[in-house]
Ligand binder design. Structure first.
Ligand SMILES: NC(=O)c1ccc[n+]([C@@H]2O[C@H](COP(=O)([O-])OP(=O)(O)OC[C@H]3O[C@@H](n4cnc5c(N)ncnc54)[C@H](O)[C@@H]3O)[C@@H](O)[C@H]2O)c1
Length: 309
């Protein structure tokens, strides 16, 4: 298959690119390296250092004529989306529409697979695990942008024959996650521990998230590429883990007697998040396989081997 990955130098996109290349696909990557790292790029991928908002992206599609697009490039910082919603709109909505339109011009386009969010899509719901049938109610510009792109995909599918899948990820974690962004608590705490710093927990630490290990996320993407299903799917474990539990698991993985500090809760942070994986299981057989303790152990060990302190 000819595949194009946007955001292929980032955390999730680089693992996906590696897997696609291992499987024998011909892969090209579009990334502007704003948060991604060229060190993550698979050397067998054809690389375009380009912004997804650039009009010239259509030349890349014309040259590469991908059958499948995985669209992961995005402004991923919720806090930044609140501070500068126009930038978020620009990258996450205009950039995405730019990519979709370029893809629709490819004669043999087969499927567009989008990295959406489950974590902020449903806002402050009290229905857990949350199914896709619940009306989305994102309470931050980042979530509003992801929902808007989903609506654009529905529109392009209705009138331009776009075959699409939107994967609403839970909180993804694993090797290569950026420990310097605002999210990614497992990467941040792992780095804190290795650097001898005290992890900071916002609020009482009872807030929960649906943490999904990177290998499970990559498997969901590959299943979607290979199967004929289309539509919108949660990609979560259906289980909640609190930040306090994450701290305890990391403490045990590190074998160190570490302490944590609690500070004020983050304004507007939702208390619970947990996604129902029932639909994706029913339609494709996918379910998360990596247990959180095991995933945390692997992630911590990766950081231990890969960061210099
Ligand atoms: N990590 C998570 O827990 C999570 C959860 C839900 C959804 N997602 C989505 O998954 C996707 C990948 O996230 P990630 O965690 O790997 O983040 P990441 O920051 O590691 O990867 C994003 C990549 O996109 C690139 N990029 C950003 N803006 C770009 C632009 N304008 N033009 C070209 N490239 C650009 C970056 O350089 C980076 O390589 C994103 O769409 C994100 O919203 C991630």
């Amino acid at each position: 298959m000819k595949v194009l990955v946007t955001g292929g130098c980032g955390f999730i996109g680089s693992h996906l690119t590696d897997k696609l290349i291992d499987m024998g696909n011909s892969v090209c990557v579009v990334d502007n390296l704003s948060t991604g790292d060229i060190k993550n790029l698979n050397s067998k991928a054809n690389f375009y250092n380009m912004d997804i908002r650039d009009e010239k992206i259509k030349d890349v599609f014309e040259k590469e004529h991908p059958e499948i697009v995985f669209h992961l490039a995005a402004q991923i910082n919720v806090r930044k989306s609140e501070e500068d919603p126009f930038f978020d709109i620009d990258v996450n909505i205009k950039g995405s529409v730019n990519v979709i339109k370029a893809f629709l011009d490819v004669k043999n386009h087969k499927k567009f697979i989008f990295a959406s969010t489950g974590g902020v899509m449903y806002g402050d719901t009290d229905i857990f695990p949350t199914p896709e049938s619940l009306e989305p109610f994102p309470l931050c510009p980042y979530g509003i942008s992801k929902l808007t792109v989903e609506k654009y995909m529905v529109y392009f599918s209705a009138f331009y024959n776009l075959q699409f899948v939107s994967l609403r990820y839970g909180n993804v974690y694993g090797p290569r996650q950026n420990a310097h962004s605002e999210a990614g608590v497992i990467a941040i705490f792992s780095t804190n521990i290795l650097e001898g710093k005290t992890p900071i927990v916002f609020g009482d630490g009872q807030q929960t998230r649906d943490f999904v290990y990177i290998d499970d996320i990559i498997r969901a993407n590959i299943i979607m590429m290979e199967s004929p299903v289309t539509g919108i799917f949660n990609v979560g474990t259906g289980k909640e883990t609190s930040v306090n539990q994450i701290f305890e698991y990391l403490k045990s993985a590190s074998g160190r007697d570490i302490k944590k500090i609690h500070t004020d809760p983050k304004k507007g942070e939702i208390k619970r998040s947990c996604l129902s994986p029932e639909k994706i299981f029913r339609m494709t057989g996918w379910k998360a396989e990596v247990d959180i303790k095991e995933g945390i152990r692997k992630t911590f060990n990766w950081f231990k081997e890969n960061i210099s302190v």
